[in-house]
Design a protein around this ligand. Structure first.
Ligand code: BG6
Length: 294
């Protein structure tokens, strides 16, 4: 494990060459490479890395609200889009490794109501703890978030692992595992729709919140140029957001470069974002995704 760039990043490399890099801002996974050095995650060249905005790429962590603040839910009505966890500075808690033929490394990160600034507490006053573990092995990357309620008041939250996958050509991308599933189409006035029995393909701006009909253990599979690339298995995360900004929206985002980078990325984001998870005093919630290289 190396800590670099003025204590701002933590990287780990397996003996076989696979690597992962996590930015302490947001505990954002910035890079995941296989043994050949091929990058699996997309990262904008002009992303901010200083917490002034969420990272445009990698795996930003959305908590405790998905999307913009909503007036119909007063406890989260002061929060910025996608909450504060993705721009807060997390603490690196340490690593653990397992060796042998199935060697792996786990990096742990923490954020709590005791470690956020008063200005953030003023937006969301609850006592909470977040423990985020990033585990790399030869074939997969697992990201697990545990949320605890450390105070007396119950609180509501949403979480999302906003993964930006690197793809060769968005026009050839197919996502399976969402067949016949209900979704909210955010590009079409948040209309409720039902997916067909075909894979999801991309030819325009796409922003959909799916509740996969087959449940969390059934994988979501991304293929690209006819090759199966990623298999996502969820644990306790009931939704999958599928997002590609396409040309115009990419152009309107100052931190999205190159503008035609939308051709090389697709977001498939495992989360719990329909309604709210309620956590009572002393309770904990755990949600995770494992991304396998196919
Ligand atoms: C997705 C949302 O999860 O994140 C989109 O569904 C949103 O609506 C996208 O545009 C990016 O959000 P942000 O805040 O990083 O620009």
């Amino acid at each position: 494990v190396t800590i670099s760039d003025g204590n701002s990043r933590v990287s780990a490399v397996l003996p076989t060459g696979e690597s992962v890099t996590v930015l302490l801002i947001g505990a954002t996974v910035l890079s995941w490479k296989d043994a050949q050095g091929d990058e699996k995650l997309w990262l904008s060249k002009d992303t901010r890395l200083d917490g002034s905005k969420g990272v445009r790429g990698g795996i930003p962590l959305v908590f405790p609200i998905f999307g913009p603040a909503r007036s119909d839910h007063p406890p989260t009505s002061k929060l910025p889009q996608h909450g504060f966890a993705r721009t807060a500075r997390w603490e690196f808690l340490g690593k653990s490794t397992s060796e042998g033929s199935s060697s792996s490394v786990k990096l742990d990160f923490g954020l709590s109501s005791d470690s956020i600034p008063d200005s953030t507490k003023a937006l969301w006053p609850y006592k909470f703890g977040l423990l985020y573990s990033v585990t790399l092995d030869k074939e997969s990357l697992n990201t697990t978030l545990v949320v605890t309620n450390d105070g007396d008041e119950p609180f509501d939250f949403q979480i999302l692992l906003h993964t930006y996958f690197n793809v060769k050509d968005i026009s050839t991308v197919q996502i399976t595992g969402l067949e016949d599933s209900e979704y909210i189409d955010k590009v079409d006035g948040a209309k409720a729709k039902t997916e067909t029995s075909s894979p999801v393909t991309f030819f325009a701006e796409t922003d959909r919140v799916y509740t996969p009909a087959k449940g969390a253990k059934h994988p979501i599979v991304i293929s690209d140029s006819g090759v199966t690339r990623f298999r996502i298995v969820r644990d306790n995360l009931d939704q999958v957001v599928v997002w590609n900004p396409w040309f115009e929206k990419a152009q309107s985002m100052s931190d999205f470069t190159p503008t035609d980078g939308y051709k090389n990325m697709v977001c498939a984001e495992a989360g719990s974002v329909n309604g709210w998870q309620k956590l009572d005093k002393g309770d904990a919630f755990e949600g995770a995704q494992t991304i396998y290289l196919c």
